[in-house]
Design a protein around this ligand. Structure first.
Ligand SMILES: Cc1cc2nc3c(=O)[nH]c(=O)nc-3n(C[C@H](O)[C@H](O)[C@H](O)COP(=O)(O)O)c2cc1C
Length: 197
């Protein structure tokens, strides 16, 4: 079974909801399974601030996940137009994968959630791509043949999936946002499948 790593950080659950939709899109492709993983929060006073197993939700990512999976969907909430520190902290620990070329040639997509409509979705998505380029990954976006890119009044960009969660993070994924998450996951799985065969 070919697996795709869906790796995200989420504090209030919006990026986690997107990860589920992307996972559905991934698993709509025959022979492809989504391996969903998260990262612990980081603390300014102590590196090992969390138990090694999360209280709920998916397990924390291990470096072997990068080796074993054939593609990557990377998700983070916006933090001032950039990715959140816990995800960046994990990426900053991937020098071994970079040195050994583990991710070279593997396809990748990115996804994010913001509070406000113009709060930095595109800048976050583009900044999340940068370390993946350094790793030699092949970055995929969403083509405009997905008509929801034209009709969405919330998230959804050609650079990756996004969600506008509202000031109190209470807005659920809209139908357009869900469809674009699914389409992105499916596209990643289709390309991963083609590259694996
Ligand atoms: C420190 C900090 C910075 C943030 N910066 C932005 C921002 O620049 N633009 C924005 O729209 N939302 C910003 N937010 C809001 C989160 O990105 C937003 O609530 C997101 O939907 C949370 O995703 P989650 O539910 O998966 O944790 C920020 C939140 C925090 C805590």
């Amino acid at each position: 079974m070919t697996e795709i790593l869906v790796l995200y950080y989420s504090r209030n659950g919006n990026v986690a909801s997107m990860a589920q939709q992307i996972g559905r899109g991934i698993e709509s492709v025959k022979g492809i399974k989504a391996r969903i993983r998260t990262v612990p929060t980081v603390s300014t006073d102590c590196e090992a601030s969390k138990d090694s197993i999360p209280e709920s939700g998916p397990p924390y990512v291990q470096h072997e996940d990068l080796v074993e999976c054939s593609g990557l969907a990377l998700g983070s909430p916006t933090r001032f137009g950039n990715m959140a520190a816990p995800l960046k902290y994990f990426l900053d620990s991937t020098s071994d994968a970079w040195l050994s070329g583990t991710l070279i040639g593997k396809p990748a997509v990115v996804f994010t959630s913001t509070a406000s409509l113009h709060g930095g979705q595109e800048s976050t998505l583009l900044s999340m791509m940068l370390p993946l380029f350094h790793h030699g990954m092949m970055i995929l976006g969403i083509p405009y043949s997905e008509s929801e890119l034209f009709t969405t009044t919330g998230g959804g960009t050609p650079y990756g999936a996004s969600h506008t969660a509202g000031q109190d993070d209470a807005l659920e994924l809209s139908e357009d946002e869900k469809k674009l998450c699914f389409a992105l996951g499916k596209r990643l799985a289709d390309v991963t499948s083609a590259l694996s065969s």
